[in-house]
Ligand binder design. Sequence first.
Ligand code: SAM
Length: 259
Amino acid sequence: KGALTIVGCGLHPGQMTLETQSIIENSQKVLVVAPNALSIHHIQQLNKNVENLGRFYEGDVTRLETYRLMTARMVELVKQGYSICTVFYGHPGIFVLSTHQAFEILRNQGYEVKMLPGISADACLFSDLNIDPSTTGCQSYEATQFLLTQRSFDTSAALILWQIGLVGEHTLKVQSPGEYGLSAMTKLLTKHYPANHQVCLYEAPTLPGFAPRMDWLELTQLPQAEVKSISTLFIPACTDLIFAIERLTWLNLAEEDLS
Ligand code: SAM
């Protein structure tokens, strides 16, 4: 009976875990969406039966259609009886629609499905920017969803905006921001953060040994900044943590007990 294991290869070949490597080596077929040719080459060295799902991005298709085709291919092979693994870059369950869809469809039909963690973009960001998300707390949103939906977010916690390089791109066909995306995002953020608040455009290296992009800029410079499909925006907290005094009393504590 077919089975699916969903794994992540990190953002470059050095970030693949030993467990993931072993799954790739022992699968009958390996489906891949990797960030660069070197990662694909690395995976091909582990298993000769590699199929590149990146082909579904080609042509005049929306990203949703691409994800639908990827899901369909995973489901098709498992139903044919293959024990396959699908390798996505980073963590295969973070901002990846098709893996979650295939997981649910196949699990509901009684197939064995498993997802392993991988090293994600935010994991790299925490290392390169020397940020511990526990210090202030950390919120994480998809940029366009954050822009276009009602949110009560917290300026005393850090904020990570994924897919800032696609913000406001509503056709889902282009790998760049919508015409007004970055200025609209700046307009929203400056309602909550000082105009000169320092934010970071972050890009982890996709090849080992290369330096990350860590461009700190004032919020108001964001509309002119160069963003790519792999850019992530990091916004540090701009306000202090304030104790919820009433809840301290629930524990019979005062502020002095915690400082
Ligand atoms: N599964 C991936 C992961 O675990 O990191 C995320 C895939 S999501 C479709 C693409 C978004 O992830 C980008 O728009 C960006 O926000 C972030 N991302 C991907 N590669 C990145 C990189 N090299 N550096 C920083 N962020 C990256």
